[in-house]
Ligand binder design. Structure first.
Ligand SMILES: Cc1cc2nc3c(=O)[nH]c(=O)nc-3n(C[C@H](O)[C@H](O)[C@H](O)COP(=O)(O)OP(=O)(O)OC[C@H]3O[C@@H](n4cnc5c(N)ncnc54)[C@H](O)[C@@H]3O)c2cc1C
Length: 402
């Protein structure tokens, strides 16, 4: 990918900069309705799902255009969009594996955030070992009947739809008996119970399915193809959303730099302290590495290459960076880093809708999550070792049973 701006890129950058200068709200949207309104404004301007094909409501934008929008959003301090799981992983999975009727039915509503999505994969005894999942989907003639429990479902409380993995055949090897469905969360057989997190909010939940209904038309791919489809979803989850993530890191970085200019220690602004300057420099350097890594993923996606197992490298790298980033931010801010400008309840709706914490203290706590969700760091190392580097498979007692 050529990282120099062409004259068209420069014109696009200027136009984008003007748009965010004129449209970025003065105050962070707080309620779900406010966030949806901001999302729609960005969608109408063509800044949502930019990499998606035009035929499904995207812009078929170049990686450079996407990078420009990400940079301009960070500089303007523009709030993020919503429906991250829908846009980042569910939509791309439907584009790769879905039938044309499913693409027509679901994709545009995902982009416009008319329908919000969650991911119904993990279970109490099936996290890292996802293939052990026990939720069942049984053929009842014209539909499937779903029974079981999911856990750690991000955005479950506000989701209209869920991307579900369920067992449709228990007689074959565990990876082979799983199928993938689109499940309506708005039905009597689905109960969502919020879980309280260390940040004080309830960004994720438990989901109980009791005689829930999945339509035959909402089976993605073939019966028993669920594991293969899950690999596509996970590769997007681990690698595909990187630029949006870098935008959020960069936005926070600019705030951090502003704070070091305003806050004083022993009568001098923090930014004049050489140790603070060194720490800021370290974050910035690592941030640039993350930015170029995100551009590489984006460039591959635009050439039609799936992120594949190599997305585990991106995931391991950004999630471990995020922890270091917030540890350093806490060191720089000292006691100010502990300030929560509003109580958890005031933040809870915003967090529930976006997963984004509202203060440095909450962001620090939230940064621990990245090395767990979408597969823990230990699991990413196994994937990198076995599927990227071709090292021998780890010896595990349960492998013998597969
Ligand atoms: C903030 C957050 C949001 C989430 N959102 C969703 C969501 O929307 N949808 C969804 O389906 N799930 C979601 N998850 C769940 C997430 O995918 C699981 O937590 C994750 O896969 C780990 O599974 P587990 O929690 O069962 O831990 P376990 O699998 O029980 O792991 C426990 C520990 O053992 C280690 N370990 C396990 N297996 C191995 C191995 N083979 N080699 C070395 N070490 C190993 C792990 O690294 C970990 O440290 C979310 C999690 C978090 C934290």
């Amino acid at each position: 990918m050529d990282l120099n701006y062409s004259p068209e890129d420069l014109a696009f950058r200027d136009q984008t900069r003007r748009w965010f200068a004129a449209n970025t709200p003065a105050h962070e949207p707080r309620t779900l309705d406010e966030r949806r309104a901001w999302h729609r404004r960005m969608y109408d301007a063509g800044y949502v799902g930019m990499g998606w094909p035009k035929e499904y409501g995207g812009q078929s934008a170049t990686p450079m255009q996407q990078a420009i929008v990400a940079d301009e959003m960070a500089h303007a301090g523009a709030p993020p969009t919503i429906n991250g799981l829908g846009i980042g992983i569910v939509g791309p999975t439907i584009i790769v594996h879905g039938a044309e009727a499913q693409k027509q039915r679901y994709l545009r509503k995902i982009l416009m955030a008319d329908e919000l999505w969650c991911q119904l994969y993990s279970e109490p005894n099936a996290g890292s070992d996802l293939a052990s999942l026990k939720t069942r989907a049984e053929d009842a003639g014209d539909h499937f009947v779903v029974n079981g429990q999911k856990i750690w479902t991000s955005g479950g409380v506000i989701a209209d739809w869920g991307l579900l993995l369920a067992r449709t055949d228990s007689k074959v090897a565990k990876h082979k008996g799983i199928s993938c469905f689109l499940l309506s969360m708005r039905q009597p057989g689905v109960e969502v119970r919020p879980l309280r997190q260390i940040t004080g909010s309830s960004q994720f939940s438990e989901v109980f399915m009791t005689g829930a209904r999945a339509e035959k038309a909402d089976l993605i791919g073939r019966l028993g193809q669920g594991w293969e489809i899950a690999q596509t979803t996970l590769s997007y989850e681990r690698g595909g959303n990187s630029l949006a993530r870098v935008t959020r890191y960069a936005s926070a970085f600019y705030q951090l730099v502003r704070a070091t200019k305003e806050l004083r220690r022993q009568g001098r602004p923090l930014v004049e302290d050489p140790v603070v300057r060194m720490k800021i420099g370290r974050i910035w350097t690592e941030l640039e590495v993350q930015r170029y890594a995100a551009l590489r993923v984006l460039s591959a996606l635009t050439k039609g290459e799936s992120p594949g197992a190599a997305s585990s490298i991106t995931k391991l790298s950004y999630s471990e960076f995020e922890k270091r980033y917030h540890e350093i931010a806490q060191e720089i801010l000292g006691p100010w880093g502990q300030v929560t400008v509003a109580g958890p309840d005031e933040f809870s709706e915003v967090e529930t809708s976006s997963g984004e914490p509202g203060t440095w203290a909450q962001a620090f706590l939230w940064s621990r999550a990245g090395t767990i969700y979408a597969g823990s760091s230990e699991v990413q190392k196994n994937v990198i070792g076995e599927r990227v580097l071709g090292l021998p498979k780890e010896a595990r007692a349960d492998r013998a049973k597969v």
